[in-house]
Design a binder for this molecule. Structure first.
Ligand code: FAD
Ligand code: NAP
Length: 344
């Protein structure tokens, strides 16, 4: 184990927020991982696991160990008539796993192309995009209990996946390090292209025979045109979850704001895009948060749901902006936004 001390976390979070780790280790195999966990236990250190750092906002320094998970490897482990099971090390870049599936003519995660981050973090919030969520293809994962080093296998039911949610964000928070995930991918295509602009993009691409590769390319094209590239502008994707409200409240809001979008997600529940709520509220009655800039932080000009760091923003600057946004949405629509990004 190669421990480093007083390491800047700037290169390890896509928000490009400054923070310092008291100690830092890169883990590339299970032995190194167990050694790092033993160190944490022996010296009673706080532990923070990082993959791609694309869903974290640092608001302080880390007084403990930051473990950068680089556990590698993608392999096909099982196959039947209709499915292929693919195992990936937690440190594998998620998009590389998507590309592996496409190269092997396997279906199910093409809509999740270009989501930044690691395979091991994907179950944390049951990553999702364009109508597909990890849980639709997830079989099981292995994880090591941080406090005793024991290995556990957790099925989809154990993970209690929900909308951008899993057991790892609540009752098992800071309990496990995910080391491998196993996905059950389809040999036969079952495409989901009705969501957002996918269909329109496929038409523009003049696609005649639909394949997972074409769908992934359409998704990548849309994402590149809409979302800020973290390599250029610091961000962590959607800062807030889409809130769900009851139908009565939605209908009342519709009377006042006829263009408010909503999607049924249960018999009496409507999901309202947080991006719309943020775009249609602002720091004062006549302005929108969309494209808003304060100091070096702001809301992206093409998607208000994405908070951005133009260079020298701090975690506190982003946090304060997020609180102001939450307040203005609450004042105008009586809806409470919930942060999706993990605060540290
Ligand atoms: P990190 O940010 O490193 O970690 C996130 C959390 O998981 C932290 O609490 C960390 O401690 C914990 N963690 C990480 N790895 C492990 C592990 N192995 N074991 C236990 N805990 C762990 N998300 C979506 O769902 N859909 C999208 O479409 C999407 N688009 C995005 C677009 C952009 C431009 C950006 C910047 C982000 C986007 N995200 C999206 C959010 C993010 O990419 C995902 O949540 C991703 O899964 C985070 O992976 P990561 O490795 O970067 O996690
Ligand atoms: P969009 O297509 O502009 O749509 C806005 C919102 O409306 C999305 O949040 C989406 O909810 C919802 N929506 C759109 N069409 C829908 C449908 N047919 N049924 C139900 N809900 C629908 O969104 P976008 O910002 O460009 O993002 C596209 C996709 O990528 C979305 O799925 C989004 O979640 C995902 N994404 C996620 C992140 C992240 O960090 N979590 C970042 C960028 C993009 P859902 O969000 O529930 O899908």
């Amino acid at each position: 184990m190669n421990l480093q001390y007083q390491v800047s976390l700037l290169p390890y979070n896509t928000f490009r927020i400054p923070s310092q780790a008291e100690s830092f280790v890169v883990v590339e195999n299970k032995e190194e991982l167990l050694e790092a966990l033993a160190y944490v236990r022996q010296y009673h250190k706080e532990l923070l696991i990082i993959g791609g750092g694309s869903n974290i906002l640092f608001t302080r320094d880390v007084k403990g160990l930051v473990l950068l998970n680089k556990l590698p490897g993608i392999e096909i482990i099982k196959e039947d008539e209709n499915h292929v099971w693919v195992k990936a090390g937690a440190g594998v870049v998620w998009h590389q796993l998507v590309m592996f599936a496409i190269e092997h003519n396997l279906h199910g995660i093409e809509n999740l192309a270009l989501i930044p981050g690691s395979a091991g973090a994907a179950p944390m919030q049951n990553i999702g995009a364009y109508g597909v969520e990890l849980q639709h293809v997830f079989d099981y994962l292995t994880a090591i209990h941080i406090h005793n080093g024991e290995e556990h296998t957790l099925t989809a039911a154990d993970c209690k996946f929900g909308y951008r949610e899993s057991v790892f964000k609540n009752i098992y928070k800071n309990q496990f390090i995910i080391t491998e995930i196993v996905l059950r991918l389809n040999k036969n295509p079952e495409f989901h292209i009705s969501y957002g602009a996918i269909q329109q993009q496929l038409e523009e691409m003049k696609v005649t025979t639909l394949t997972a590769k074409e769908v992934a390319e359409a998704v990548m094209h849309i994402r590149r045109s809409k979302l800020p590239d973290p390599a250029v502008i610091g961000n962590a994707g959607s800062f807030f979850k889409n809130p769900t409200i009851d139908k009565k409240q939605y209908q009342a809001l519709q009377q006042q704001y006829p263009s408010i979008p909503g999607y049924e997600v249960g018999s009496n529940l409507i999901k309202v895009p947080a991006g719309w709520l943020i775009e249609h509220s602002g720091p004062d009655a006549n302005t929108s948060w969309k494209g808003f800039k304060r100091g070096d932080v702001g809301c992206h000009a093409k998607q208000a749901l994405v908070l951005v760091n133009y260079g020298n923003g701090t975690g506190k600057d982003v946090l304060t902006l997020s609180e102001d946004i939450m307040q203005s949405v609450r004042d105008k629509y009586q809806i409470d936004l919930e942060r999706e990004v993990n605060l540290y």
